[in-house]
Design a protein. Structure first.
Length: 367
């Protein structure tokens, strides 16, 4: 007879993890849907990526290349990198989890900022370690606060630059200052998911710092500007030793053949990516100006999304979200990021951008 009092139990800390909830994708029925909740590009993927994806259908019986050779070569060629120091993952999320799994143990600490990507906390807790959350300054990473939080137990620092959901960034000089202040045994992870969108002279994704350091890894994604979120493609660049560790524990076929082929084609289509970045730059400025005219505060963003702050009272963020949903417009509530008074909206197509301004104009009491 089975003892019902005995059952498998997860490792301590696992049940402390809040389940990640992605951006919503449904609005009021009968309305045209404008999904602006997940920072997806309105231009979609490169036609060359779509063609490469289709070509894979002729050989679905074959396992994919376990080393993602063609994709890694395309990334290396595009960015001028050593291909042996590149690892590809099932989205950058997988790589963030692998880094935590390999470099954190129970009793260790992992640091991230108060409005940082929710996956950092999940990855740290899943590894049995303790998440340490440090305050930001004006919704921007505060390097001094991070350094002040470092203890002998610190093993990893996650830095989203630019950050999601705020859209803010710190210049490379500050990233270098952060790195210089960290002990050599602390891993600095630069999450540059939105790097392609940034047009600021003082910004760098971190590739040069990785090349000259033994404790820095940069992660990137194909889910944003490349428009391949459905295929889950991420990559990281790091020291030989760290990439070697990650290759020991990743799944042997962690990317599908379709992902490898489409990703390699997408990264080579520089004209398409330039068009996507140009679109984003144009509408970032337009939306920021229009939202400001409505009396709403917008955090300056270098990404493909805006963090919009609403007043207290009848026209608060929750009420705005309900109104937008009634108009078929889906944005992201960010209370889980410690920002209950704000909504995050993706910079979408011209039609979607004009629709959300019209809806918010009505909501705020305009004509």
């Amino acid at each position: 007879m089975t003892d019902t009092a005995l059952r498998p139990t997860p490792r301590s800390g696992i049940l402390d993890i809040d389940i990640y909830v992605p951006g919503a994708s449904k609005a009021a029925p009968g309305k045209k849907l404008h999904k602006l909740s997940s920072n997806e590009t309105p231009l979609g993927p490169s036609p060359k990526a779509i063609e490469a994806y289709g070509d894979v259908a002729r050989a679905l019986e074959l396992y994919p290349d376990g080393n993602s050779t063609a994709l890694r070569a395309a990334i290396a060629d595009t960015h001028g990198l050593n291909v042996d120091r590149i690892i590809c993952g099932n989205g950058s999320d997988e790589l963030l989890h692998l880094l935590a799994e390999c470099y954190l143990s129970p009793g260790d600490e992992g640091i991230f900022t108060e409005h940082g990507f929710l996956v950092y906390r999940i990855a740290i807790l899943a590894a049995g370690a303790t998440p340490i959350v440090v305050p930001e300054r004006n919704l921007t990473t505060d390097v001094d606060a991070i350094l002040a939080a470092v203890t002998p137990r610190t093993r990893i620092v996650f830095l989203a630059n630019p950050n999601n959901p705020t859209g803010t960034y710190i210049p490379m000089s500050e990233v270098r200052r952060l790195h210089a202040g960290l002990p050599g045994n602390v891993l600095l992870v630069l999450d540059a998911a939105y790097a392609e969108y940034v047009r600021r002279n003082d910004y760098e994704s971190g590739l040069e710092l990785v090349a000259s350091s033994g404790n820095v890894v940069m992660t990137r994604t194909f889910s944003k500007v490349y428009g391949l979120a459905a295929l889950r493609i991420g990559w990281a660049y790091g020291p030989d030793a760290i990439i070697g560790v990650l290759n020991r524990v990743r799944g042997p076929f962690n990317l599908s053949a379709a992902a490898i082929a489409a990703g390699a084609a997408a990264v080579k289509d520089k004209a398409f990516i330039a068009a996507a970045v140009d679109h984003n730059e144009t509408w970032n400025g337009w939306l920021t100006a229009e939202l400001t005219k409505l009396g709403l505060k917008v955090t300056p963003s270098v990404g493909n999304f805006l963090l919009v702050h609403f007043p207290e009272g009848a026209r608060n963020a929750d009420a705005a979200n309900e109104h937008l949903l009634s108009e078929g417009i889906v944005v992201r509530k960010v209370a889980s990021y410690g920002l209950p008074g704000a909504l995050r909206m993706t910079i979408g197509s011209e039609e979607a951008n004009r629709a959300i301004i019209a809806a918010l104009t009505a909501f705020m009491g305009g004509k």
